[in-house]
Design a protein around this ligand. Structure first.
Ligand SMILES: NC(=O)c1ccc[n+]([C@@H]2O[C@H](COP(=O)([O-])OP(=O)(O)OC[C@H]3O[C@@H](n4cnc5c(N)ncnc54)[C@H](O)[C@@H]3O)[C@@H](O)[C@H]2O)c1
Length: 283
């Protein structure tokens, strides 16, 4: 089991109750890392129904969970569409912990408004997807890597991409373009940072059993006269049927790959984009 004692991880998009971010935070904290965890302030209308029902406390609650494991936690609100907030995110992490060993770029733009044919895709939606899913990954990397370089200890950068970063589907222009870009960014960054013993890899999940907010799922549920959660469970069921291993991924499946890439056993791996998809896609 990887030992991350004494290491500090910075993880974006960490406030969702059932998201990959929270699972990753808890996995890395369980292996000894202290965690700076970030998310945007979300309006109630942008929250999944289960988070509203449970009065979920986002990164504040996840921080308490980390502390309950005996690790240090720093919750930081950051809107990744604002480059100054990204700089502030990294500065706050450095001033609290004095080091960043692991960066996990996990956040993404709230999905749904992008799920239209390219001819109907609003430029604002395209710009927002590229800003959060791609440009923010570049900017956090640009802000964190110099500290990793100066430390002389190397580091790990792990970008959460997607199946959609290797194979696009209809109504997915903005999302796929943003995630294909992450795969390319991962490769180029790996080359640039290899001399400093900083590895850079991506994880490409297939569908995951999260209760993330999706405007498309909310609209589809309304059209069918069912709840958003009922519609979501239909989506999850059909994803399981389309997966060779017969189930949809859990957030934990993705967190396990992140933990591997963050650990000593992955020290000779860089520039790769690993699928975690139950056999849905092979390249
Ligand atoms: N859920 C899936 O089925 C799936 C499939 C393939 C890949 N992925 C990828 O896995 C990662 C995690 O997925 P998830 O379903 O847990 O994510 P999610 O949709 O719940 O969103 C992740 C987080 O990003 C945050 N975020 C949104 N806008 C932001 C902004 N402007 N600034 C800062 N943070 C912002 C959200 O608040 C949320 O906590 C994402 O990169 C996603 O693209 C997810």
């Amino acid at each position: 089991m990887p030992n991350l004692d004494g290491k500090v991880a910075l993880i974006t998009g960490a406030g969702g109750m059932r998201g990959v971010g929270r699972a990753t935070v808890m996995k890395l904290a369980g292996q000894g890392a202290d965690i700076a965890l970030s998310d945007v302030h979300r309006q109630a209308s942008d929250l999944p129904p289960a988070e509203v029902r449970n009065e979920w406390g986002g990164i504040e609650t996840v921080s308490q969970e980390v502390q309950a494991q005996g690790r240090r936690a720093l919750p930081i609100y950051c809107d990744l569409s604002d480059p100054r907030e990204i700089e502030h995110l990294v500065e706050q992490t450095m001033s609290q912990f004095g080091r960043i060993d692991i960066l996990v770029n996990n956040a993404r733009a709230i999905i749904g408004k992008d799920k239209v044919p390219v001819t109907q895709l609003e430029k604002e939606v395209w710009d927002h997807f590229l800003a959060i899913n791609t440009t923010a990954v570049f900017l956090t990397t640009k802000a964190v890597a110099p500290y990793m370089i100066d430390s002389g200890r190397g580091g790990r950068i792990i970008n959460i991409a997607s199946n959609a970063g290797k194979q696009a589907s209809a109504n997915g222009a903005a999302y796929s373009a943003s995630k294909f870009a992450v795969v390319g960014l991962t490769q180029a960054t790996a080359m640039d940072l290899a001399p400093y013993n900083i590895t850079v890899n991506a994880v490409c999940p297939g569908p995951i059993n999260t209760d993330r907010m999706s405007y498309w799922e909310r609209d589809q549920a309304q059209e069918r006269g069912i709840s958003q959660e009922e519609f979501r469970s239909q989506v999850v069921g059909s994803a399981a049927q389309n997966t060779p291993l017969g189930r949809i991924a859990e957030s934990q499946d993705v967190a396990n790959m992140v933990a591997f890439l963050a650990g000593d056993d992955a020290s000779f791996i860089t520039g790769q984009s690993y699928n975690v998809n139950g056999g849905q896609l092979f390249h």
